[in-house]
Design a protein around this ligand. Structure first.
Ligand code: 5AD
Ligand code: SF4
Length: 413
């Protein structure tokens, strides 16, 4: 029996798919291309309506095939959405209950206790390692607390073992993942966990996501500073630069607190790259509120900004708030931020000209013959090279730049 998994959403979903794959292969299934698969697993995301729309489109498409595959739906979905979609697919399963998925060919590997004890079949050149899941924060726009439930932390010893295994088998980049890694509560704190991971022997980089500004500690800042393997890169979602909107988003920090964290982080690690998430057009966001987000951008000059137009989600608190920003206006605000980012990065990237950088090689670029890598600060670098470098570090001399990244040449000396 051939299976294929289609993944939507974030890094955590990608890691979940790797565990699903590990589980299926223990049961004797074989991975195949999408059009050769007897059974297709859709690992869904519902963070925004666009993700759900994409899912409907995909299901419709799969059903048009001559030999219709069995379609299984799982992932980060609300019960309501699962019910709605259930008539369109063959099975709908809760991800974490994988050991009781009622498929006739699943017989083996049923003794394990939790989903996270499944050995993932890794499909990326980096090792994704979920350390916690779920969320207790209930940001007013967000479905995650409803799709994933309350926070749950994996035992530190399991995580350390998993990292060690990944590093031993050659992975040079390790991602510690959670909706909110700062509230990791294993036997040890998150900074301590990072310190332990840093002690594992080998030449590899450590990245982690996502952090919440509300419980960002000095301990974590010092850990980033002290630990060599932790990359100079921080993803710290701001969502809005306006205190009124932050309060209505149920994000319990202020713009002043956020700016203070950035100041402290940069004092400790001057070279750190900082990225963020922003939502534009939250209910009630006025031009004045939005300008406060622009103002924070101008103060912080993020290296990357993932900008989302607000999308109402049932069950969330914000769903009951009246939408006041039109789709066109959301797009306009998004565009303003994109332009600022572009300008700022163009200037920042110029400073890398002539420098030699260590780069982790990710994948083939869409440009023929070119390869894409990431710097320690998570900037894109493209260079002419061979696929053999995938998953390894290379040293590149930077000779070109654009707003979205750098161009490099392999340094052969
Ligand atoms: N609408 C728009 N963006 C959202 N995000 C989460 N929920 C919504 C929503 N309802 C964004 C946030 C979060 C990122 C993963 O997705 O910026 O940090
Ligand atoms: Fe969603 Fe907020 Fe939890 Fe992030 S911290 S997953 S945005 S509720």
């Amino acid at each position: 029996m051939n299976y294929h998994i289609i993944t939507y959403g974030c890094q955590m979903n990608r890691n979940d798919s790797e565990r699903i794959a590990g589980f299926l292969e223990k049961n004797g299934l074989k991975e195949s291309l999408e059009n050769k698969a007897d059974i297709i697993f859709l690992n869904a995301c519902s963070i925004r309506q666009s993700a759900i729309d994409r899912l409907y489109g995909k299901i419709k498409n799969l059903k048009k095939r001559n030999k219709k595959p069995i379609i299984v739906l799982t992932g980060c979905l609300l019960e309501k959405d699962k019910k709605k979609l259930s008539s369109l697919v063959d099975y709908v399963f809760t991800l974490e209950k994988i050991f009781s998925w009622n498929l006739p060919f699943l017989k083996e590997d049923k003794k394990r206790k939790t989903f996270y004890e499944i050995t993932p079949k890794r499909k990326n050149v980096f090792a994704l390692i979920s350390i916690m899941s779920g969320c207790n924060n209930f940001c007013s726009y967000c479905v995650v607390p409803y799709t994933k439930g309350r926070e749950f932390s994996r035992p530190a010893k399991d995580i350390l073992q998993e990292v060690e295994g990944a590093v031993k088998s050659g992975f040079k980049e390790v991602w510690l993942l959670g909706q909110n890694v700062n509230s990791y509560r294993g036997e040890i704190s998150f900074p301590k966990l990072l310190q332990e991971v840093n002690k594992i022997r080998g030449d590899f980089w450590i990245r982690f996501a996502t952090s919440h500004p509300k419980d960002f500690s000095n301990d974590l800042i010092n850990t980033i500073k002290k630990c060599k393997k932790i990359t100079n890169y921080l993803h710290l979602p701001l969502q809005s630069g306006d205190n009124e909107i932050l309060a209505r988003m149920n994000r319990p920090y202020t713009r002043e607190k956020y700016l203070k964290i950035i100041e402290d982080v940069r004092d400790a690690v001057p070279k750190i790259s900082i990225s963020t998430d922003i939502i534009v057009g939250f209910p009630g966001e006025t031009e004045k509120n939005f300008r406060n987000t622009v103002d924070i951008f101008n103060k912080v000059r993020f290296d990357m900004m993932y900008i989302a137009r607000y999308s109402p989600r049932v069950q969330t608190a914000a769903f009951k708030m009246k939408e006041t920003v039109s789709p066109d206006e959301k797009r306009r605000r998004e565009k303003i931020l994109e332009e600022l980012l572009k300008e700022s990065n163009y200037k920042k990237n110029k400073k890398f000209l002539g420098k030699e950088l260590k780069v982790f090689v990710l994948k083939e670029s869409r440009k023929k013959g070119m390869i894409l890598g990431k710097t320690e600060g998570y900037k894109n670098v493209i260079f002419r090279g061979s696929k053999k470098t995938l998953g390894n570090f290379v040293k590149l001399k930077i000779h070109g730049y654009s707003p979205w990244g750098l161009k490099g040449k392999i340094n052969r000396k």
